[in-house]
Design a protein around this ligand. Sequence first.
Ligand SMILES: [Zn+2]
Length: 482
Amino acid sequence: MTTRTCLTFLALLTLTSGSMGAFTEEAKKALEESIQADSDRYWDASRRIWAWAEPGYQESRSSALLAELLREAGFRIDAGVADIPTAFTATYGSGQPVIGILGEFDALPGLAQGTVPERMAVENSNGYGHACGHHLFGVASAAASIAIARQIEAGQLKGTIRFYATPAEEGGGAKVYIARAGLFDDTDAVLHWHPSDQNSAGDPSNLARIAAKFRFHGRSAHAAGAPEAGRSALDAVELTNHAAQLLREHTPDFTRIHHVITAGGGAPNVVPNFAEVYYYVRHPDATVVQSIYKRLLKCAEAGALATETRLEVEYLGGTYNLLPNSVLAKVTLDNLRELTDLQYNAPERRFAEKIQQTLLNPKPLDSIGKALDRSGTVTKGSTDVGDVSWIVPTTGLSAATWVPGTPAHSWQAVAAGGMSIGRSGMLLAARALAATAWDLFKNPEVLVKAREEFEKRRAGQNYAPMLESGQRPPLNYRNKPR
Ligand SMILES: [Zn+2]
């Protein structure tokens, strides 16, 4: 945010006749000033995490940097929670209420990209890129947590703010393990956000998901000289995939089944003795996902049976669909609407126009000046925030860190997220999260209503993580198969 837009915002706030009185409005303004004062530092941290682009569960530098930011601000760090080296909680204050803010920081493979408006793969060590904007996610959430902590320190707010450093959102599901460890059990509400091509709040739901890797072990032989002596692990993968395609016709509406082959042999003249296929199953209802997964498993068993190979299943666990909370979503949407002030300067507009030429569905650039209400919608992605939302009333928002029309997991997201467009969106998210947390500290009756809605929506359904008993976090899920 420029100084000018900051002043405009402050002027607007002064004009707004808030229901909470002048004194508290002043205090709420201090949140803004706190985030603005440290904005260069926050951006520097995001840029470093962007450049490191660390894979899930290997985010040691990104995690340490976030912990350092929070430690310096006086937070107590509980490192390596839930047997995950890069997960931690950072807590400030004491007593009720306890408000949690989630932060993510893992990157995606194959998407390393420069901050330029055309595809330019950059040479970094691992080819990973921040195509889901998690370099902004973790830092904005930390910034909001720090702004709240300063108000607790100043005696303006009473209670506890807790930042959750949650690694490996992209398929590693750390929040499920953090949830199983009971670390959300004493929390009254949890806030999160996500980088996006638009600003929005109002909770959508999404798809529950189960992930699994099917590995097949066969027998190598010369593919021309002695094919009868070979048992192809790749054939097992192909049969599994064919069976899964047939299964697809007989699944409930809104099911998604998709896969990649992560190992399929090395040379045509060698019968592959090892192959691996990696599957996701999704549906808006977690119980449906569990039933489809059982049927998918039969497809893999069939593949092994017919090819005389041995099947090894690595069940990577599941994540729940998001349980929306309208009470919390309304507070978030009100704050986001009040704070949304994004507009491109001339170089950003030129950058954005060039990016738009590469998009299949570009949207109007001025849409970054609006905040949309997404209540009642169902998005087609999945997130381990879903599990958190079944334990504690949870709500989130999105901020425009990408050029309108940019899909997540694209090089265009890496490019815009690494330059000033990403910075402005990140700061908007930090301000909106801090303002929402502030309202929850100040209005305990909102937390009571949010809890009532939570109980009603859960309708007595108990949360049980979709993990096998004693299942350990898949800390090496981003390693290449052998
Ligand atoms: Zn993401």
